[in-house]
Design a protein around this ligand. Structure first.
Ligand SMILES: NC(=O)C1=CN([C@@H]2O[C@H](COP(=O)(O)OP(=O)(O)OC[C@H]3O[C@@H](n4cnc5c(N)ncnc54)[C@H](O)[C@@H]3O)[C@@H](O)[C@H]2O)C=CC1
Ligand SMILES: CC(=O)N[C@@H]1[C@@H](OP(=O)(O)OP(=O)(O)OC[C@H]2O[C@@H](n3ccc(=O)[nH]c3=O)[C@H](O)[C@@H]2O)O[C@H](C(=O)O)[C@@H](O)[C@@H]1O
Length: 425
């Protein structure tokens, strides 16, 4: 296929997508309003972390198939992958989608296809993109084709899931869908399912809401288990042996800019109906404070004066460098609010983001009384606690993700606590 693409937004989704198309032989121009990101990408440097991205970016730029700048270019297909966050009042902020759509209007020509990949509240294509694209003067659905094809990849496995996941394509008419399917067939090996744009928007929001509600259920079970003397991790594991049960895992909260955000789109659209969805969100949002209080309870029970906590894990989930909406930051806030001293360490976050963060594990644990594990990075699972146990003032660990090898830590002299078991609540 000899189509030229213009990808708007070169973040966690846009950059891998641009690289993927470029490495499948298409000419791709990537644009982003972030000048620093653009100049790094042009120099084959990454401004985000994703497995396999570095070598693929080098290949894409060296082949001449990928160019980047801070401005769109004419193309056959425009793919929009800009942020779609929520405002402080939990309403959808669609300004990035609106301004990205506006930015391509001067470049769009007859026969072009515009695809929105960002996750958006149902009706965004109809109510926000279409009015802007009408400014091109082209007849939509006949001279200009428009689709929503939500991205469903999970960070860390983006290059696997881009290829293997099924894709949803929701065109504003049949021809828009047909052209979009044809394009993604360039690399997608999963099935491509066609629907309308609004249903595609709804499907994507449903998927992330399902996960949020399921995690909230697990978190509620964790709180109940602590009260009744059950280990929730074991109970969930056993329940999941039932052929029709699939409960997610509890933890210190739900982070990232998707699962913790998208359910609010549903609440905003139908506040009187989205009751369970709203409760799930607030249940998950209660977990950071709950986790911080659990740490304080453990320290109080030990009677430790002026306790010091070492927080392990700042990224919102394992093995990535993304701190957006990270529950770790909320846990840290509540720990500090309770007057506890704190240090924080995450080998994936290479720049210090706040005063108490350190790049050294040894520094983080020195004179600490309690390690609190907030992210299940592989590097934490692989730790040999015997190598730093003696640096601790008191050997306590609260494993909020239940990811450590308990036996190894106990052998190193640690008393191990997890969320969702009955010790010290
Ligand atoms: N990161 C993820 O795991 C997934 C994200 N999504 C969705 O994809 C969309 C993009 O997310 P990410 O790539 O993670 O965001 P991101 O923040 O990593 O990247 C977005 C990029 O868009 C740029 N940008 C903002 N406004 C722009 C404009 N008007 N013109 C050009 N560039 C602009 C930003 O500078 C940034 O580099 C969001 O709607 C998100 O919900 C969907 C599936 C997975
Ligand atoms: C339905 C689904 O699986 N959605 C995925 C999700 O990716 P994301 O990295 O945000 O999801 P995640 O692994 O559920 O993590 C979100 C948060 O939830 C927490 N989490 C996750 C699973 C679990 O059992 N318990 C739990 O507490 C994680 O620690 C993290 O803080 O959201 C992505 C997105 O939409 O951006 C989407 O593309 C991904 O496929």
């Amino acid at each position: 296929m000899s189509k030229k693409l213009c990808v708007i937004g070169l973040g966690y989704i846009g950059l891998p997508t641009a690289v993927m198309f470029a490495n499948h032989g298409l000419k791709v121009h990537g644009m982003d309003v972030n000048e620093k990101a653009v100049s790094m990408i042009a120099n084959k440097q990454l401004h985000i972390e994703e497995n396999g991205l570095q070598e693929r970016l080098i290949q894409a730029i060296d082949s001449g198939n990928l160019t980047v700048s801070t401005s769109p270019e004419k193309a056959d297909v425009f793919i929009i992958a800009v942020p779609s966050p929520i405002n402080p009042d939990k309403t959808a902020n669609l300004e990035y989608v609106r301004s990205a759509t506006r930015s391509i209007v001067p470049f769009v020509e007859k026969g072009n296809l515009v695809i929105l990949e960002s996750t958006v509240p149902p009706r965004t294509v109809e109510d926000i993109m279409i009015p802007v694209l009408k400014e091109t003067g082209l007849e939509l659905g006949k001279d200009l084709f428009i689709s929503h094809s939500p991205e469903r990849v999970i960070p860390g496995r983006v290059f696997v899931e881009l290829v293997q996941n099924d894709r949803i394509v929701g065109g504003i008419n049949e021809e828009s869908s047909r052209l979009t399917v044809e394009l993604y067939k360039t690399f997608v090996q999963g099935e491509i399912h066609v629907t309308d744009a609004t249903t595609a928007e709804m499907v994507k929001v449903i998927e992330n809401t399902y996960r949020d509600v399921n995690i909230a259920f697990a978190n509620e079970l964790a709180k109940i288990s602590e009260k009744i003397g059950v280990n929730v991790w074991e109970a969930i594991k056993l329940a999941n042996h039932h052929p029709r049960v699939n409960i997610h895992l509890p933890g210190p909260g739900v982070g990232g800019h998707c699962i913790a955000v998208d359910p609010w789109f549903m609440v905003e659209l139908q506040p009187n109906l989205a009751k369970m969805i709203h409760l799930a969100r607030t249940t998950n949002d209660s977990m950071p404070e709950y986790t911080a209080q659990k740490a304080k309870n453990i320290l109080d029970a030990k009677g430790i004066q002026h306790p010091r906590v070492a927080a392990f894990g700042l990224a919102f989930k394992a093995n990535i460098d993304d701190m957006r909406e990270s529950p770790s930051m909320e846990v840290i806030h509540h720990i500090k609010e309770r007057g506890l001293d704190l240090s924080a360490y995450d080998p994936h976050i290479k720049e210090n983001k706040f005063e108490q963060q350190t790049q050294s594990l040894d520094e983080a644990v020195t004179h600490s009384d309690l390690i609190i594990v907030l992210t299940e990075h592989q590097s934490f699972k692989d730790l040999d606690p015997a190598t730093f146990a003696d640096k601790m003032r008191t050997k306590l660990v609260l494993d909020a993700k239940n990811c450590l090898n308990r036996q190894l830590w106990e052998q190193a002299g640690f008393e191990v606590f997890t969320l969702g078991d009955s010790k010290n609540n």
